[in-house]
Ligand binder design. Structure first.
Ligand code: APR
Ligand code: ZN
Ligand code: ZN
Length: 360
């Protein structure tokens, strides 16, 4: 029997979110219904609400979630009812060119649930990033569920998006090695996760750059060894100074602006890797001198979803969390209810939280 549950939608461009009844079908072949226990509020949810992603309203918001599998459809072998899972954006196919190249995060043939969740009048909902998790139960493809050890859902749910993106930018895309220096531009949830990743990878110098002193303080708590307020100092010059005149081995840009990407570029050491995880607007352009690339070498890389493989990375990060080596609790600024998503967006805009997390 389909269930009717409470969920948070964005009905039209720019409209405030609404708490409504959502009809969740029984899982079909290859699908699972997951009882959501916690879901972080991410910038992408706000972008959906504001029309920055696409126009397929109404959206069922939320996509950074953990919960318990309630039911599975025909042919599902990945998970079973009772499993504690973290959700990922898209189940990868395992067979396309990207998957076969060992880069499943670029999979061409990702699968989400084929049935639709709806409003009670039958209007189909578009789930944010293929998940839709500000809701008591959600319908996903079974491959979007990664079974992990039981842990606080509010903390480990964050692995489903922001924390994985930042941690993976440093560890997977940037491939930080022990003893290296790392500079991170932008110390929101994504940048701080990159800092935490650099600590786990064994970086010895971790430089946090932001324009907000409070963010720099938080970055230190995640393991930054140096901080730079780039509204007051020249970040590139300071990074060179801190690294003995060279620049950082890995520079992570977690903002998505042309000026900070340029700074990140000049802040790299010989053969340094510059990783772009901050999402640029579609029309953003930067001009980079070819001679500088040629003369210093290195790589300019983008990081898509932290270049993660959920089945490999989510359980590993949960282990690190449970061992006390990755402080996920520090990302959880406040725990809120389904009715508080709009005020969480306000706090996000004001920059007063790293993550608000909806608990159900
Ligand atoms: N120089 C330095 N820091 C800056 C600048 C700047 N010019 N502009 C903004 N910042 C800082 C902000 O003060 C903030 O601390 O960048 C940080 C961005 O953090 P959040 O807004 O909290 O964003 P976050 O959730 O961390 O995501 C960062 O990654 O995945 C992407 O879409 C996401 O593009 C976004 C980026
Ligand atoms: Zn594929
Ligand atoms: Zn997100």
């Amino acid at each position: 029997m389909p269930s009717t549950v409470k969920g948070v939608i964005a009905r039209s461009k720019g409209a405030r979110v609404e708490l409504v009844d959502v009809v969740v079908p029984d899982p079909g072949p290859g699908e699972a219904v997951v009882a959501i226990q916690a879901c972080g509020v991410c910038h992408t949810d706000l972008h959906y609400r504001e029309g920055g992603i696409d126009d397929s309203y109404p959206f069922l918001l939320g996509h950074e979630a953990a919960g318990v599998v309630e039911a599975v459809g025909e042919g599902v072998t990945e998970v079973e009812p009772g499993d504690f899972v973290v959700l990922n954006w898209r189940a990868v196919c395992g067979e396309c060119r990207a998957c076969l190249k060992g880069q499943p995060w670029y999979c061409f043939d990702t699968a989400n649930a084929t049935q639709k969740m709806t409003l009670t009048d039958g209007t189909e909902l578009t789930p944010a990033l293929g998940i839709g998790a500000f809701v008591e139960k959600t319908l996903v493809a079974a491959g979007q569920c990664t079974k992990v050890d039981e842990a606080d859902p509010a903390a480990v749910g964050l692995l489903g998006c922001g924390v994985m993106a930042g941690f993976g930018a440093a560890v997977n895309t940037g491939a930080v090695q022990r003893g290296e220096s790392v500079a991170v531009f932008g110390c929101g949830g994504v940048g701080d996760a990159a800092i935490a990743g650099a600590v786990v990878a064994g970086a010895t110098t971790i430089i946090a750059v932001d324009v907000d002193p409070k963010k720099l303080e938080w970055a230190r708590e995640f393991g930054a060894t140096h901080t730079i307020d780039s509204s007051a100092e020249d970040a590139v010059e300071r990074i060179r100074e801190i690294t003995g005149g060279f620049g950082a081995d890995v520079v992570v840009e977690a903002i998505g602006r042309p000026e900070t990407y340029e700074q990140a570029f000049y802040a790299r050491d010989l053969a340094g890797r510059v990783v772009l995880v901050g999402v640029p607007t579609p029309d953003t352009e930067v001009t980079l001198p070819l001679a500088e690339i040629f003369g210093r070498g290195g790589a300019l890389k983008s990081s898509w979803y932290g270049d993660c493989l959920p089945s490999r990375d989510f359980p590993m990060l949960v282990s690190l969390y449970k061992q006390g080596r990755l402080d996920l609790d520090r990302f959880v600024s406040e725990r809120i209810g389904l009715g508080d998503v709009e005020s969480a967006f306000d706090k996000m805009r004001e920059g007063t939280v790293l993550r608000s997390v909806v608990e159900l």
